[in-house]
Design a protein around this ligand. Structure first.
Ligand SMILES: [Zn+2]
Length: 272
């Protein structure tokens, strides 16, 4: 069995605001390191659970911000990790294809415009508003195009509610109740890791009971967002149309300023 673990930072237990990448102060650096440690622990719980329930191969995608957050030297040595400059490679979900049996999603955040969710951003509007998707459900839908089911999600209560409504039977762990974009009532990290371990184990064992999440094509896609995680949202870029959601998404991403293929620095991006 082959498992893909998609990861983000905003939806881990303990995260409730961003570090400031341009602030070299010690408090900011400590905050960033601390969040990376917590992320690493949650991802490792998912990796161990996947192997403990029969996976032979586990690939982790370090998908937040710079793409270099997880303290990989601490990960279970049986897995491999995709990391480095995010969006400098061939795909937002590199190496994901139909050879995988299931996708696990750890640390997910809500879509832009979600009230009282932790740092909500990226609201993908499908077919003029028939469907709205978060980065998390987008990852599930891209996997769905390959026939791969997304079987587990963790994040705040708003994120889990969105994804659970779209994917029937998905295993989920709410690691925190969001109270505002920057405040949450959180599970203590050790407990979150335990819950992730137990639920990923069940999710991987029962992976073939979950249908791949498929969006019927053709698809018109546009991204809505706001710079401060609060409404109003505005369109970022121009709508694209394609036969399926994966194609539409990649066409869209390739036109975005943060997607600098074959360049070394994507950290300097400033919201337009
Ligand atoms: Zn992120």
């Amino acid at each position: 069995m082959k498992i893909y673990i998609q990861t983000d930072l905003e939806g881990i237990a303990g995260f409730c605001f961003f570090e400031n990448r341009r602030d070299a102060g010690i408090e900011n650096i400590r905050h960033r390191h601390r969040m990376c440690q917590l992320l690493t622990n949650e991802v490792n719980a998912a990796v161990r659970a996947a192997f403990d329930s029969g996976a032979k191969e586990v690939i982790v995608n370090d998908s937040h911000g710079s793409g270099y957050n997880i303290l990989f030297e601490q990960l279970d040595p049986r897995c491999r990790i995709i990391h480095g400059r995010n969006c400098s490679g061939p795909h937002w979900l590199p190496l994901l294809d139909s050879s995988f049996d299931a996708v696990i999603m750890v640390g997910m955040h809500a879509m832009g415009g979600t009230p009282a969710a932790i740092t909500p951003h990226s609201r993908w509007q499908v077919n003029g508003g028939d469907i709205y998707m978060s980065e998390c459900s987008m990852a599930a839908a891209i996997a769905g195009d390959y026939g791969v089911p997304a079987v587990f999600v963790s994040g705040d209560d708003k994120t889990v509610a969105e994804v659970s409504a779209k994917i029937s039977g998905i295993k989920a762990v709410v690691v925190k109740e969001a109270l505002s974009p920057y405040q949450a009532c959180s599970m203590i990290p050790a407990q979150a890791c335990q819950m992730i371990y137990e639920n990923v184990k069940e999710a991987v064992v029962g992976y073939d009971r979950i249908e791949p999440y498929k969006i019927q094509g053709p698809v018109e896609l546009v991204l809505l967002d706001s710079p401060d995680h609060c409404p109003p949202l505005r369109k970022i870029g121009e709508p694209v149309t394609a036969d399926n959601i994966s194609e539409a998404f990649m066409l869209y991403e390739k036109a975005m300023p943060w997607n600098k293929f074959n360049t070394v620095d994507v950290d300097g991006f400033i919201f337009p």
